[in-house]
Design a protein around this ligand. Structure first.
Ligand code: CU
Length: 477
């Protein structure tokens, strides 16, 4: 089987799973009779105005930004806006999203261990509900620091990021009333706290045959510098009208599994169909976001070279486990908090609100599927496609004909031509290998997408048709 056949086989295998999904009525909801007790409890908390403890005055300065401890430290400002907007849902229509700064997930904060984080949450006038922000990277009194911020007001708190790692932040609802709704409809994000002494070099297990014909260990080392990614999982529980379905949440009946806010965010689209010589035909049967008309919501692939250290920051925001696995790869290292948990493992389990850093090197050019190895999660959105190296001869030929292949060859990956999706890339740190280009991609408002474009990300829905038009015109001459 040649490499292209291999690619088609891999895609077809995943497509079969996707086809099963889209052919079924996976959005059907159960009735809520058995869960009335829980729902009533939530309603009572809501009616009380949340769980607001009466605090002694001594705690009034919790999270203050005036501490002497902050002198001589770097202060990193992190402004967020809590706002409800409508965003597109899988299969058409919209859902009632709640967001930090009009994007799901919210912006990623990146600091170095020892920095001071100055977090300001603004809730605009006219917003239908208060919001709050609970940052797991902090160690401050939860009450009143994470309490509700009323519409038309803002609240700032400060803390020192003392412990390196990846940390969730999320809306705390209205003093925890409706917190489930706010988080599951989109109010979550991550903070990355880089270790003060940097990331360790990566050891990858290999073997070799020596001059005597003996098979021996050949451990290979890569520097702490890495091409970086962020992948955040969550569940979505939606009514047919796109509102939050608490009954489905209590029953753990997932409507979709979101990957960076979008079910099936990173699978092939009609740009790849075109470039792979199949215009009008899906090379991936389930291409739910495949029209260029979808702009920032069109699914995009993740491109990486072979032989390069990849570092993936992973967070599970949901209330289902994530069995993190990459089809065709072994995770070379798993770090949780600031401790290595495993070196060389097939799958790693993340519970709710748990994180990890996965380090790995793709050895062979090809197509790899990053999944939550829970079949219910795969079929509802937790399938992400990585393309390592330049394994697709038809795309190579097409790109050559268009005169754009050199960019891909120089970088060893198709991101040299198409870029990597903006929302899968964390802000750069001191040890980040920069991506050759970014494309505009997010579960976000048009304003956020425009800001990505202004920062240099490529609008593929504009660029690709223009390239193809120019190529067609050149061919006619
Ligand atoms: Cu909220």
């Amino acid at each position: 089987m040649n490499k292209r056949m291999n690619f088609m086989f891999t895609i077809a295998a995943i497509a079969v799973m996707g086809g099963a999904l889209f052919g079924s009525s996976f959005t059907s909801q159960m009735t809520g009779a058995a869960f009335s007790t829980d729902v009533n409890a939530l309603q009572k908390i809501h009616d009380m105005g949340g769980l607001e403890l009466v605090m002694p005055a001594a705690f009034a300065e919790a999270g203050s930004c005036d501490s002497d401890e902050y002198a001589d430290r770097t202060v990193v400002e992190f402004p967020l806006t809590g706002v409800s907007i409508d965003l597109p849902r899988l299969g058409g229509g919209t859902f009632s999203a709640m967001t930090f700064s009009e994007q799901i997930p919210g912006p990623t904060l990146r600091v170095t261990q020892g920095d001071v984080v100055k977090m300001t949450l603004t809730v605009p006038e006219g917003e239908a509900t208060p919001h709050g922000n609970d940052m797991h990277a902090s160690q401050v009194s939860a009450v009143p620091t994470f309490g509700a911020v009323q519409p038309g007001t803002e609240k700032t708190y400060c803390y020192i990021a003392q412990v390196p790692g990846v940390y969730k932040y999320h809306c705390s609802g209205v003093n925890i009333a409706a917190m489930d709704q706010h988080v599951l409809q989109g109010m979550y994000g991550i903070a990355i706290v880089d270790p003060i002494d940097g990331y360790s070099k990566l050891a990858v297990e290999k073997t070799q045959v020596n001059a005597n014909g003996d098979v021996t260990r050949d451990r290979q080392f890569h520097s702490g510098d890495a091409l970086e990614w962020q992948i955040q999982y969550n569940q979505m529980y939606l009514t047919d009208a796109g509102t939050y379905d608490a009954t489905a949440m209590f029953a753990h009946q997932t409507t979709y599994t979101a990957t960076n806010g979008q079910p099936f965010a990173y699978v092939p689209n009609d740009i790849h169909n075109l470039l792979n010589g199949h215009p009008g035909t899906n090379i991936f049967v389930a291409q739910p976001w495949n029209s260029m008309d979808l702009h920032q919501y069109q699914s995009q692939l993740l491109f990486t070279p072979t032989g390069v250290h990849n570092r993936i920051f992973v967070e599970n925001h949901g209330n289902e486990p994530v069995y993190f696995h990459i089809v065709g790869e072994i995770l070379d290292r798993v770090t949780q908090g600031s401790r290595v948990q495993s070196a060389g493992t097939e799958t790693w389990l993340l519970g709710g609100s748990q994180n990890m850093i996965v380090d790995l090197v793709y050895d062979e050019p090809g197509i790899y599927a990053l999944v939550n190895h829970d079949y219910a999660a795969i079929y509802t959105g937790a399938a992400t496609i990585f393309v390592a190296g330049l394994p697709l001869p038809v795309i190579n030929e097409t790109a050559t004909a268009l005169g754009v292949v050199q960019g891909a060859v120089d970088t060893g990956m198709y991101a040299g031509v198409l870029g990597n999706p903006y929302d899968a890339i964390p802000p750069y740190g001191a040890q980040s290998i920069h991506h050759p280009a970014k494309n505009v991609h997010c579960m976000c408002s048009d304003a956020v997408a425009a800001a990505q474009a202004e920062s240099g990300a490529v609008e593929l829905w504009v660029a690709v048709p223009a390239i193809l038009e120019a190529a067609a015109a050149a061919a006619e001459e």
